[in-house]
Design a protein around this ligand. Sequence first.
Ligand code: NDP
Length: 303
Amino acid sequence: MFMMAAETIDGKAVAKGIEDEVRAAIGELGFAPALVAVRVGNDAASEIYVRNKAKKAQELGLRGTELIFDASLSEAALLAEVERLNRDDDVDGILVQLPLPRQIDPRKVIDAIDPAKDVDGFHPTNVGLLHLGRPTLPPCTPAGVIRLLDAAGISIEGARAAVVGRSDIVGKPVAALLLQRHATVTICHSRTRDLAAVTREADILIAAIGRPLFVTAEMVKRGAAVIDVGVNRVDAAFAERLAHDEAKSRALAKNGYATVGDVDFARVREVAGWITPVPGGVGPMTIAMLMKNTVAAARRRRA
Ligand code: NDP
């Protein structure tokens, strides 16, 4: 029997569209909103994330600044810095890159950020507004997931959606946004019994687990939309499990590592109706939505 492979949703192209909206919105504002990214310590992944965010901000006509502190920074000193940024009328968006060094409680830091400048959408006030379905600064990755579904023309209303993962930054908020759009949502996690039975029922499947190739073809309903949030770097130990994926195997052989999602892309694409690649799916959306939130924060605060 001839089967059509899933349509790949191009996150880079959708993100470009949002970036154009951001440029246009800045033009209308008549000033360049300021985004300050705070990084403590030298976690390699954080360094790349923050640099990419600051670079993108500048590219789109925002003012992007990176504040870098030594890993030994005290919690009190970081809270004082956040307070200073809160008071600085010229700062529109503040983001503190996680994870933070052990001596700093991330909850205290997030709670200290002015909700009006909380462009990551992590402050309890913004989380509450999100769950109430009221206007807020939505968290970037979940908002990006919804934009990808919309861009691909996938109907959310009435659909059965399964979200695998219940983190505060991805799983829970993406479930809240899907519910707002009238999907029937099931949130799954590590203690869900017979996970595959739940995911197989889903018209929309969101994987936000952090486990390479966790979602297999057997877990996916034919024709479903599969959005892969996971980003996992795997090495040669994974060669056998990736043998069926020509592109990833090639990358692995060439670089000694490959970046894969939580979904077994090569196999699931034979079953799904739509699928996002990793990289190039949700990742670019996260940064684009951060820029959009910064412009929205500037507009609201200075209106
Ligand atoms: P967390 O580690 O905070 O959460 C993972 C979730 O997956 C938990 O809720 C956990 O369940 C669940 N889980 C773990 N193992 C299983 C299992 N065997 N069966 C079912 N559920 C399981 O991760 P995040 O939400 O922060 O991130 C998820 C992934 O998304 C990561 O790969 C991360 O790198 C990526 N990410 C990508 C972004 C992007 O821009 N593309 C942005 C943010 C994250 P439990 O709660 O029971 O422990």
